[in-house]
Write a protein that binds this ligand. Structure first.
Ligand code: NAD
Length: 310
């Protein structure tokens, strides 16, 4: 039985991943950690700065951890406010984990990348696994460098580091922490509170998205797969569906025709315009049977129900 640590457990993905893993892993074998003083969950938790190699190593050895889900990062839009801080956290926390894997202190790692690795010269539609990548944000630069380092450690040192290139994640439990696709979460909260929504992207900006249950299912499936089946040593393309602010707004207007969205784009539009409209995730489908369960309509239905919107 693996003993598992989530680093960055209190964020959008971590808070749902911990719930899912706790269904399969005994209470005593699952550990959560984040930079916050307390966890929102009732699972075992300690405060841990992912930038401290010594603290990470001590906690991992003390608790006999064999598997780490490393989720701590600064995301695309927030990252642009302080590029050096973003580079430091995103890269050096990853190096800490990679080096613990290289030293065989950790046996298996999950680390998420992002569609932010793509840029203006990547193919726009059905963007394949291998294409030009010139990211325009410090976040995208750090994720692309991180992917290459994962590949390097896997091939050079035989580590078992697995990764998914997530599109925008839509979830009900925790608001996202400063990404370019956050609108696809925020809009539901405005809808719930009966307010109009001011969208920072243009109405027809199409981006790839994934519903949280699919994102978590993807992580679990990838981590359960036999290592030998995994041809991609950097990070797998993965996607749920593609949508625009207008398409989500239309779905919500079908529920309440009074709901209004105003569009005034800001700096996040430039980031969104550099990203793909849709993703081709053929390697994930072939290597570990990836298949999404949620399209836009099902996601909206689920968000409405989970957020208790009447
Ligand atoms: P989030 O911002 O919601 O959560 C990140 C967590 O990391 C936060 O709880 C934060 O407190 C914690 N953290 C920050 N600095 C830390 C430190 N020094 N030590 C320990 N913890 C620290 O982000 P998220 O949306 O849950 O994303 C998780 C991962 O998935 C990130 O690597 C992100 O790049 C990736 N990802 C997310 C999305 C998305 O749409 N949410 C899309 C693509 C990739």
């Amino acid at each position: 039985m693996s003993r598992v640590l989530i680093v960055g457990s209190e964020g959008q993905i971590g808070s749902q991943l911990s719930k899912e893993l706790s269904k399969e892993i005994d209470f005593d074998n699952l550990f959560l950690s984040d930079i916050c003083d307390e966890s929102k969950s009732d699972l075992k938790y300690f405060r841990l700065d992912a930038l401290s190699y010594d603290d990470l190593k001590k906690n991992i050895l003390d608790n006999d951890i064999s598997e780490v889900y490393h989720l701590a990062a600064i995301l695309s839009a927030k990252g642009e406010k302080d590029p050096m801080l973003t580079w430091n956290l995103n890269m050096n926390s990853l190096f800490n984990i990679l080096n613990l894997a290289k030293e065989k202190i950790i046996k298996k790692v999950f680390w998420p990348s992002s569609i932010a690795v793509f840029g203006d010269h990547s193919s726009k539609n059905n963007t394949p696994q291998f294409t030009d990548k010139e990211p325009i944000t410090v976040y995208g630069i750090s994720k692309l460098a991180g992917e290459n380092w994962c590949k390097y450690y896997n091939e050079r040192y035989g580590t078992d580091v697995r990764s998914l290139r997530f599109p925008g994640v839509i979830s009900y439990n925790t608001l996202p922490g400063g990404g370019t696709t956050d609108y696809a979460n925020d809009i539901f909260h405005s809808f719930k509170s009966g307010k109009n929504y001011n969208c920072y992207l243009k109405e027809n900006t199409i981006l790839p998205m994934i519903y949280i249950d699919d994102a978590i299912n993807g992580i679990v499936k990838l981590m359960e797969s036999p290592k030998d089946n995994l041809r991609i040593k950097s990070s797998y393309n993965i996607s749920g569906f593609s949508t625009s602010p207008k398409m989500i707004a239309e779905e919500l207007k079908n529920i309440n025709k009074e709901f209004k969205v105003e569009y005034k784009s800001d700096f996040r539009q430039i980031i969104a315009d550099s990203w793909p409209n849709s993703i081709k995730d053929k390697y994930a489908r072939e290597d570990w049977d990836w298949k999404e369960n949620f399209d836009l309509k099902k996601t909206v239905k689920e968000m409405i129900s989970k957020l208790n919107i009447r």
